[in-house]
Design a protein around this ligand. Structure first.
Ligand code: NAD
Ligand code: MG
Ligand code: MG
Length: 338
């Protein structure tokens, strides 16, 4: 697999273009500010009533209504929420997109599952940093970058890949490594990873551990430290040097427990369920369910969100984190700015 770095890209390509970043959320604020810092002409496209407008203006960025931003742009990076992209594309993007302009995404969802069907004369590419937007920005300002995927779905002008690579580097990706993939591969692996391991798997695991200890009569504070707080310390060691690096650092007792008990937690039944989840991703069943949930008002999503926020692990966690002020001191999410 080929990995591209800054020296493989021509930054001047994207510096010669006007980039409209649509949306100023997690990814939007990061792309807009990183590109701006890299000498690219950026205009942030937002709804007139967008609560993000003040944040983008405070950062010194040019802000316009979505149709105006699109009309001015050579590259339109669509960073509105996936579930809102199709309607936004129909009403505010497609009618104003210049012939030959490039349409870009940070996730292949809308294109791969066919919710957005661009015209044949537009380039369609992806620049997907493999990390949360707030880290895409904070890593960039610290001089680094987040590993980034690029993919080309439509190459109308014959230079889509070069533009994508140039954009990825302006966003900091070339400092960490840029890998070329396809819309299909990015979309399906991203959804599978976040559902089974990163977001769904990790939270369900921590909650099940917390609940098991509390139900057995242990204090919620102890349960929080053992099953959630320490997760970060373990993951940091894995991130730094792989699973062996983590096992080198933990006690032999912990390591023996890890090796003998771990496979009983993630067992054949778990793997079978993972396969079913992958099939739901590949067949488009998950994508259909998610879009249908939004069309019908998003009530189930809200109910599940509310239930998650009300869980005792959140209450006890808030109390304990307040006693560890150093955690907040270096925080990357400041809701008033990003
Ligand atoms: P987000 O929810 O954080 O922000 C979306 C922003 O879009 C809002 O802040 C708002 O400024 C704007 N917006 C909302 N509704 C809109 C509308 N109807 N019209 C115009 N603008 C609107 O979104 P996000 O998590 O940054 O996701 C954006 C894209 O990036 C998605 O395709 C997502 O899959 C992808 N992505 C996100 C992350 C991440 O770190 N969150 C990581 C990789 C890829
Ligand atoms: Mg994702
Ligand atoms: Mg221990």
């Amino acid at each position: 697999m080929k990995v591209f770095y800054d020296q493989d890209a021509d930054l001047s390509i994207i510096q010669g273009k006007v980039v409209a970043v649509i949306g100023y959320g997690s990814q939007g604020h990061a792309h807009a500010n990183n590109l701006n810092d890299s000498g690219v002409e950026v205009v942030v496209g937002l709804r007139a009533d967008s609560p993000s407008r003040g944040k983008a203006e405070k950062a010194g960025l040019a802000v316009a209504a979505v149709p105006d931003a699109v009309a001015r742009a050579d590259v339109v990076m669509v960073l509105a929420p996936d579930e809102k992209q199709p309607a936004l594309f129909e009403s505010d993007i497609a009618p104003h997109l210049a012939p030959g302009a490039a349409l870009a995404f940070a996730h292949g969802f809308s294109i791969h599952f066919g919710f957005i069907k661009p015209k044949a004369d537009n380039d369609v590419f992806m620049v997907a940093p493999k990390g949360p937007g707030h880290l895409v920005r904070s890593t960039f300002t610290a001089g680094g970058g987040v590993p980034t995927l690029i993919a080309v779905q439509q190459d109308a002008g014959g230079r889509a890949r070069d533009i994508a690579l140039s954009y990825a580097c302006a966003n900091g990706g070339g400092r960490a490594g840029v890998i070329e993939t396809t819309f299909r591969e990015e979309t399906e692996t991203d959804l599978f990873g976040e559902q089974t391991v990163l977001c769904g798997g990790a939270t369900a695991l921590a909650l099940a551990g917390f609940e098991t200890l509390v139900e057995a009569g242990y204090s919620p504070e102890m349960a929080y430290f053992e099953c959630l707080h320490e997760l970060k310390l373990i993951v940091d060691l894995i991130y730094e040097g792989g699973i062996s690096n983590m096992r080198y650092s933990i006690s032999n007792t912990a390591e023996f427990g890890d090796l003998t008990r771990g496979p009983r937690i993630v067992n054949d039944a778990t793997r079978a369920e993972m396969k079913r989840i992958l099939e739901e991703v590949q067949s488009g069943k998950f994508a259909k369910e998610w879009m249908e949930e939004n069309r019908s008002g998003g009530k189930k999503f809200q109910r599940l969100r509310d239930r998650g926020r009300a869980h005792p692990v959140e209450t006890v966690g808030e109390k304990l984190r307040a006693m560890m002020p150093w955690i907040q001191a270096g925080k990357v999410v400041d809701k008033s700015l990003n």
